[in-house]
Design a protein around this ligand. Structure first.
Ligand code: G
Ligand code: G
Ligand code: MN
Ligand code: NA
Length: 255
């Protein structure tokens, strides 16, 4: 297939890059962190991840591409640091595939890339989905705890979609829970969805973890979420994902 052949050569030609989308505190409205999202520069077009991540996942190429992404993010953090535009509390969240996390030498690889770019672990967050835990829950938990030891925080992505969310939340030692944007969508439209979001926020509070609302698009959603808790907000209302250098210009310019 043409796409698959192109993906292999895209890895070789290093055609993947990342964009950053800010996460904003619902209390201070300040940018606290960013999520790195992969893009593919395929000739003149930028291909979004839903068009190629599934192929990478199937073929295990996601391991190579995921490593490269992490390396690029660490390189960028090093650039921010050298430009004195890396606040101590700032983080970049990277999406990590279950295939990466289940590799036996994943922790070693992470440690090596942090050392290479002289970056402390607390500048990184790993976003995982519930599906990572399915293969080998015990091993996953052990690895998460080891990575937390070096300062890396974890968030559970797309919460509420997929299966047995609650049991995984109980087992996985994550710091944040990202409410899937399908629930945020109908705030101010559907009372049922509003009640569901309130319950998820309460659940996170009870577990002592931070809530992130994904896919925030309107001021009405922002106001509703502000009234319903101390959380992080992410979505087009604040910004689309933008190029890393544009991100620092816009949000981390030296004063
Ligand atoms: O940027 P966009 O909203 O199109 O991203 C869609 C999905 O692709 C994200 O929700 C995320 O789960 C996945 N994704 C984005 N970047 C990466 C990446 O670097 N690695 C992996 N494994 N998934 C990613
Ligand atoms: O990791 P995850 O699959 O959740 O990545 C988030 C995806 O959602 C990215 O592809 C990003 O471009 C997209 N996204 C981010 N903010 C919004 C938003 O406000 N609305 C919609 N529809 N999509 C968003
Ligand atoms: Mn994500
Ligand atoms: Na998500």
């Amino acid at each position: 297939l043409k796409l698959e052949r192109d993906i292999s050569s895209a890895i070789f030609k290093d055609e993947f890059f990342f964009v950053l989308q800010p996460l904003v505190s619902s209390v201070t409205m300040e940018v606290t962190s960013a999520e790195a999202l992969i893009r593919w520069q395929r000739d003149d077009t930028v291909v979004p991840p839903n068009q190629f991540i599934p192929f990478l996942e199937e073929s295990a190429l996601i391991i190579d591409v995921g490593e490269k992404m992490l390396s690029k993010v660490c390189e960028f953090l090093a650039q921010m640091k050298s430009e004195k535009r890396l606040p101590n509390s700032f983080k970049i969240a990277v999406n990590i595939s279950g295939k990466q996390l289940s590799e036996v030498n994943f922790i070693e690889k992470v440690t090596n890339v942090l050392r290479k770019y002289q970056i402390a672990g607390h500048y990184l967050e790993f976003e995982i989905t519930e599906s990572v835990a399915l293969d080998n829950l015990k091993d996953t938990i052990k690895k998460i705890n080891e990575l937390k030891q070096i300062g890396i925080s974890f968030s559970l992505d797309d919460f509420g979609t997929g299966y047995s969310s609650l049991s995984h939340l109980k087992d996985l030692p994550v710091d944040k829970l990202k409410i899937d944007r399908s629930f945020i969508n109908d705030i101010n439209v559907d009372k049922q969805d509003e009640n569901l979001v309130k319950s998820i926020i309460q659940l996170a509070v009870n577990l002592g973890i931070v809530t992130v609302a994904e896919g925030v698009e309107t001021v009405q959603q922002v106001n509703w979420l502000k009234e319903n808790g101390n959380m992080l907000l992410q979505g087009y209302y604040f910004s689309r994902p933008i190029l890393p250098n544009d991100f620092i210009e816009k949000y981390l310019a030296p004063s």
